[in-house]
Design a protein around this ligand. Sequence first.
Ligand code: UT7
Length: 324
Amino acid sequence: MTRYSALLGTGGYLPERILTNEEISRTVDTTHEWIMERTGIAERRIAGPGETASSMGEKASRMALEAAGLVPEDIDLIIVGTGTPDRVFPSTACLLQHRLGIRQCAAFDVQAACSGFIFALSVADQYIRAGTARRVLVVGSELNSRLLDWSDRSTCILFGDGAGAAVLGVSDRPGLLSTHIHSDGQYQDLLYVPNSIVTGDSGTGEDDTPYIKMQGNEVFKVAVNTLGRIVDETLEANGLQKSDVDWLVPHQANIRIIAATAKKLKMPMEQVVVTVERQGNTSAASIPLALDEAIRDGRIQRGQTVLMEAFGGGFAWGSALLVY
Ligand code: UT7
């Protein structure tokens, strides 16, 4: 039997606190109009003091398990994509496993910045296809707000907090048609967070503060080109045409990047799931959050073909093509 990964259920969690552009413009030199025009972001969610990637991940996971009609004990592998783990170690996946009240199953994190969910999905798919896992919990959870320099207007306007989860199960019908992941470390200095606790002061006079540093316009250019290429790669690998894709569920970094990918697919924006306006960039959480929203509100229907794609720090980028 050919084994496929089927998407059994999804869940999403957003912290209560909403931070608007208007509020940010009271503390840094920016405006709602500038942020909307350049990014499409109007507001984002900010985690409360007691919240962490694992606590938000638990909420999203429980919803996904319920949607799948499963209980935590049914899970035999947990993979969390996060760049904002609760602890350097153990992994957020281990902490999430404990929160879910289960033991023994393997649990580990994947670090691929904004592409963390796609990378985690890709790993999960290999386990299921190989027959070494039957039910995998895949989570993207991020607490970006604590990695931001709130006086840096070029980054603090962009990011938000949240978590999304998906439960994959083994099936004899497709499922995940394919996943494609890539990395190129030569771009490491365009988007990164220093870890000066471990590395010490670089001694170069560089800014070693532990906050997100980004050369936004450089990232933007590479992102648009790279995402265009991965769309072609994904369709070609499956012998499909652009018109075969029913929904695009992109990583939500910037509405202009999303629109460029939709244009490449010749797809009207009505077929693109967009959450960036209300959530900002939630890194590894953005795709599972968008997927969950569109499944729950009935846009994405069983049997439809969904293209997910992401791009972020590394650079690391990837895609997944799913028949839901
Ligand atoms: O998820 C991981 C991947 N990340 C991304 O894909 C992000 C990619 N980058 C972007 O989304 C965009 O580059 C940004 C939204 C970050 C910036 O937009 P941009 O159109 O590329 O602007 P820019 O960085 O070229 O800056 C243009 C101007 C600059 O002023 P000068 O030098 O032209 O006088 C900036 O200082 O806009 C200024 N600026 C701002 N002005 C008002 C930068 N941030 C702000 C701000 N408010 N918040």
